[in-house]
Design a protein around this ligand. Structure first.
Ligand SMILES: CC(C)(COP(=O)(O)OP(=O)(O)OC[C@H]1O[C@@H](n2cnc3c(N)ncnc32)[C@H](O)[C@@H]1OP(=O)(O)O)[C@@H](O)C(=O)NCCC(=O)NCCS
Length: 429
């Protein structure tokens, strides 16, 4: 990167503090990068308060010389990069703190000059120096992040569910569902999500924005979103263990459709019973959901699984292993055995040959002596892909992404890395 740029890192400041405008300019630059309409001051203040709640670190790249006359001022960063740290469920309820990367933008007139590469390399190095074993992100395009060692680790899909007469579930309700004021989710949403998070491999603790959005407190334009409705699920003892936040798509959308904003259920029964509720909403014949799991119990609970029209199955969470020994030791494994993994890492954080010895599901990880021959060779991106059990090593071997030096080693990895239930990440960041 030429000297014409300077990188600055800062935390969101309190309103009124002298450096508060650093953050507001940064937020405006992010909005520009994602083609958003210009946000008003009130909305920016709300976002900044959420950033403070998450203790985000904001990175901006600034022009150091004279900016072109009439163009955006030097105080508006030409590139942005945000991070926050939250726990990732790595299976069997185990948690690993992850460096979450978000708000990555480079102004079109400054692109392809290595700004992203520099911000990413510096950030990953800092996260590793702080002792973190993984970083994660969600990607706008599939071609950007593999080169930095990120691999696709979970998936999601969009579903449209026919809730007309065909919609019947093989499930006898054990709890109840009631409508609530959307605002109760400000408090309830994080509590219910906590249960889901503990249960679900691949889940990431949610950032502050979620409770604000799902409760309609901060809509897409920053104002209250009065279109949001909310239903709660109560277990047999009367505790709330699930909720759905939703909108009616309007009388111009046919069939009349309920659009899910968020569906969070901490038990299998709550999940199915919230779907029973959604299927019973009068005057509507369809429910659409953009964050649905790929391996979905709803499919198997429906008497007619073709009620689900599934589309746009896509990558969701991308994982970047920063410390192979630490990440492998942190996991609980579904099968015992020994596996020698040869990991390559172009950025030099996590490469080496590692012996993974698993007994009773617990791992002992050692660096293999020089010259050892691995049973599987893979790039750190593929290690990120198989780490949460959602991507099959045998398939990656078929694709030429993993090399199997010992027959059956990919299948052994598949069995060992399997997790206790289908991984799914309900946290976009
Ligand atoms: C994606 C984006 C951040 C890239 O920034 P950039 O500063 O131009 O990237 P760099 O110059 O550091 O490029 C790094 C490498 O990534 C490659 N690359 C960058 N963007 C790419 C893209 N969209 N598709 C494929 N490759 C891409 C570059 O060719 C370069 O490859 P190399 O190092 O192997 O030669 C920028 O184009 C952008 O802001 N896009 C719009 C917002 C967005 O999509 N953000 C991502 C949110 S998840």
């Amino acid at each position: 990167m030429a000297d014409e740029y300077e990188i600055r890192r800062f935390r969101a400041a309190d309103k009124g503090a002298p450096d508060y405008p650093w953050g507001t300019d940064w937020i405006r630059a992010v909005g520009f990068g994602f083609h958003d309409s210009r946000r008003n001051d009130e909305f920016v203040d709300k976002l900044m308060a959420m950033y403070r709640a998450d203790n985000r670190e904001l990175t901006g790249v600034y022009q150091t010389g004279e900016v072109a006359p009439h163009s955006l001022g030097a105080e508006i960063p030409v590139a942005t990069f945000g991070t926050l740290r939250k726990n990732l469920n790595i299976g069997y309820g185990r948690q690993l703190e992850a460096q979450l990367v978000t708000a990555v933008t480079v102004r079109g007139t400054h692109r392809r000059q290595g700004l992203l590469r520099r911000m990413m390399a510096e950030d990953l190095a800092a996260a590793k120096a702080d002792g973190l074993a993984v970083a994660a992100l969600t990607a706008s395009e599939g071609s950007i992040y593999g080169r930095f060692g990120y691999g696709v680790a979970t998936f999601e899909r969009t579903v449209k569910v026919d809730t007309g007469p065909r919609f019947r579930l093989r499930h006898t309700a054990t709890g109840t569902v009631e409508i609530a004021d959307r605002k109760v989710l400000l408090d309830l949403a994080p509590q219910v999500f906590e249960g889901v998070h503990r249960l679900t491999p691949g889940s990431i603790v949610r950032q502050e924005a979620y409770r604000q959005t799902v409760s309609g407190t901060c809509g897409r334009d920053g104002a209250e979103d009065e279109s949001i409705k909310c239903a709660l699920h109560y277990d047999a003892a009367g505790s709330v263990d699930g909720y759905v936040s939703y909108k009616f798509a309007g009388w111009d959308t046919k069939p009349y459709t309920i659009e899910l904003v968020d569906l969070v259920a901490a038990t299998d029964a709550a999940y199915l019973e919230l779907w029973q509720f959604l299927g019973s909403i009068d005057l509507t014949g369809r429910v659409s959901w953009a964050d649905a799991p790929v391996d979905d119990p709803l499919t198997w609970a429906l008497e007619d699984p073709r009620c689900i029209e599934s589309s746009d199955q896509r990558d969701m969470l991308w994982l970047r292993i920063l410390d192979t020994g630490k990440a492998l030791s942190a996991r609980h494994y579904s099968a015992d055995g020994s596996l020698v993994l040869g990991v390559s890492d172009g950025l030099g954080f996590a490469g080496g040959t590692f012996i993974l010895d698993v007994t009773g599901g617990s791992a002992r990880v050692t660096e293999a002596p020089a010259g050892s021959r691995p049973e599987l060779s893979l790039d750190v991106a593929e290690l990120g892909s198989i780490y949460l059990g959602a991507v099959c090593p045998v398939t990656l071997a078929s694709a030429g992404r993993i090399t199997e030096h010992a027959l059956g080693a990919a299948l052994k990895a598949r069995l060992m890395f399997a997790v206790e239930r289908a991984p799914h990440c309900l946290t976009h960041f």
